[in-house]
Design a protein around this ligand. Structure first.
Ligand code: AMP
Length: 175
């Protein structure tokens, strides 16, 4: 399935130059979300990476990681945990700040979202420089969780984000 799926994804993902800032080619996945078949097949492929492995929670990274992460969680019979930008989660949080290509960012989890030794899969739409995913890994570990893998729809391989992650990385489509 995955060769045909990868080709269909390449044909459907929209490249938007200079968004959100000059020099960035933004991978717009909204046409993929609008396709019943592609949305279904991405979720099936992602969940299939962990078939037979116990997974307690899927952490989805704000905001497009919520869309795929929640769907993958239902397939894995796991819970869903949102990793959010600062100030969005209403209860006690753990927080990690990290560098972006330009500037910095912060990601948070609720303190009770992961229990010690929980097995966690982290999901996002795009792996770029890897700072965001590395921060999500750090947050899960601070709560005592074990990161099974990070799973992406698209990996921008030329940015080397995978090298920032000391966990298995699964990407459906690598540029
Ligand atoms: P990273 O550089 O890996 O920390 O990526 C930061 C966040 O921005 C991730 O959640 C990605 O989904 C998103 N992102 C980074 N670069 C792109 C891009 N070229 N197109 C779409 N999303 C991107």
């Amino acid at each position: 399935m995955s060769d045909v799926l990868v080709r269909a994804l390449k044909d459907t993902i929209r490249d938007v130059p200079d968004f959100p800032q000059k020099g960035i080619v933004f991978k717009d996945i909204t046409p993929v979300l609008a396709s019943p078949r592609l949305l279904h097949d991405i979720v099936t492929w992602s969940a299939g990476q962990f078939a037979g492995e116990p997974v307690d929670e899927v952490v989805g990274v704000e905001s497009r990681g919520f869309i795929f992460g929640a769907a993958v969680a239902t397939q894995l019979h796991a819970g869903f945990v949102p990793a959010r930008k600062p100030g969005k989660l209403p209860w006690d949080t753990v927080s990690v700040s990290y560098d972006l290509e330009y500037g910095s960012a912060t990601l948070e989890l609720h303190k009770d979202a992961i229990r010690p030794r929980d097995r966690v899969v982290i999901v996002d739409d795009v792996l770029a420089t890897g700072g965001t995913a590395a921060a999500a890994v750090d947050l899960v570990r601070r709560l005592g969780g074990e990161v099974v893998a990070c799973c992406f729809v698209v990996e921008l391989g030329f940015l080397g984000g995978r090298d920032k992650l000391d966990v298995p990385v699964r990407s459906l489509l690598v540029y």
